[in-house]
Design a protein around this ligand. Structure first.
Ligand code: NAP
Ligand code: GLV
Ligand code: GLV
Length: 327
């Protein structure tokens, strides 16, 4: 019998084709997220769920989906999923690590450079008809080359950002509390404690997953430790940074600027002060958004979904404990 799955948005065709061939797929066609009540109805008889970070997969959803056998998230981050609840019910959860690492690191670096060299302010200046002449002191920024970059969370994306920083002759500091990643090139970064990183960095770029421990990880205390000239870059998850503390740090000049691809809430209203402040750049959560990478993510998420439906191990599983201890 063909298995039923629900796909919560029209992801790139490369993935959808695989899903539609392998099972009876229903897709939420709108560009905005499926309303929660509709989602709860739709999952009532499905065995697979292919979802995005805009959907909360929690106890209530799992209760509403008694036949569910696999959850496949179209993202590497999976803070939208109650993984423990899925594990307790024997449901494997898939994500899309690796394929978006370099694309996301490119974008973090683009934000860093835009904030340092005031690219978006320059564009607005021209669009507003203010450009009348070449100015010796017009839109002066800070140099990227030779500066110190602090990377919080030295996993796949954090390390990819460090590799880019090398080409700019930057000094790279990294903070990652648990383990030194295996095979790490010792020249890539100097591993330091968080307070050293905050005190010495000209740019602080955040790459931790959102967990109970990392929620509000960067707040008042951390801004107080940073240089007044420092620029914060967040391409991880909005709630990792305390938005009220960030706003006051930017307004009061405790740090010089910020560039955010992720915010809390998401989306930020267009008239939110973080959107309108000249020293803050906000982009709409697009760090992994290259054509090639989004295609690869769609395929990996489809592979995870199909593996789960046929009872095989997911190629990228965030809760392998669901399979029991490895013999
Ligand atoms: P990753 O390889 O798992 O890297 C995350 C790193 O953060 C790991 O080294 C982890 O250490 C470390 N970490 C965990 N808790 C920490 C803490 N309290 N303090 C410091 N470091 C901590 O994941 P990734 O592929 O680089 O992705 C990172 C995150 O980026 C994702 O979870 C996602 O939220 C975000 N992301 C955003 C976009 C976007 O579009 N803006 C795109 C892709 C990813 P351990 O391994 O020891 O736990
Ligand atoms: C995007 O934010 C992801 O986690 O893949
Ligand atoms: C600027 O355009 C310069 O030539 O220095």
């Amino acid at each position: 019998m063909v298995q039923k799955v629900y796909v919560t948005r029209r992801v790139p065709e490369a993935g959808l084709t695989m899903v539609s061939k392998g099972c009876d797929a229903e897709i939420w066609e709108a560009e905005t997220p499926v309303p929660r009540d509709v989602l709860l109805e739709k999952v009532a008889d499905v065995e697979g769920l292919y979802c995005l970070l805009t959907e909360q997969v929690d106890e209530a959803l799992l209760d509403a989906a008694p036949r569910l056998r696999v959850v496949s998230n179209y993202a590497v981050g999976y803070n939208n999923i109650d993984v423990a609840a899925c594990t307790a019910r024997g449901i494997p959860v898939g994500n899309t690590p690796g394929v978006l690492t370099d694309t996301t690191a490119d974008f973090a670096f683009a934000l860093l450079m835009s904030a340092a060299r005031r690219v978006t302010e320059g564009v607005t200046y021209v669009q507003d008809g203010k450009w009348v002449t070449w100015g010796p002191k017009l839109l002066l920024g800070v140099d990227v080359y030779g500066a110190t970059l602090g990377i919080v969370g030295f996993g796949r994306i954090g390390q990819a950002v460090a590799r880019r920083a090398r080409g700019f002759d930057m000094r790279v500091l990294a903070y990652d509390p648990y383990s030194v990643p295996q095979g790490l090139d010792p020249d890539l970064a100097q591993l330091v404690d968080l307070d050293t990183l905050l005190a010495e960095s000209d740019f602080v770029s955040v790459h931790v997953p959102l967990t109970a421990e990392t929620e509000r990880f960067v707040g008042m205390r951390e801004f107080a430790k940073m240089k007044p000239s420092a620029i914060l870059i967040n391409t991880a998850r909005g709630p990792v940074v305390d938005p009220d503390a960030l706003l006051s740090a930017l307004v009061e000049g405790r740090i010089a600027g910020a560039a955010l691809d992720v915010t809390e809430p998401e989306p930020l209203p267009f008239d939110h002060p973080l959107v309108t402040l000249p020293n803050c750049i906000v982009t709409p959560h697009i760090a992994s958004a290259s054509v090639a990478t989004r295609n690869k993510m769609a395929v990996i998420a489809a592979e995870n979904l199909l593996a789960g439906l046929e009872g095989s191990r997911l190629p990228h599983c965030v809760n392998p404990e669901v399979y029991g201890p490895r013999l």
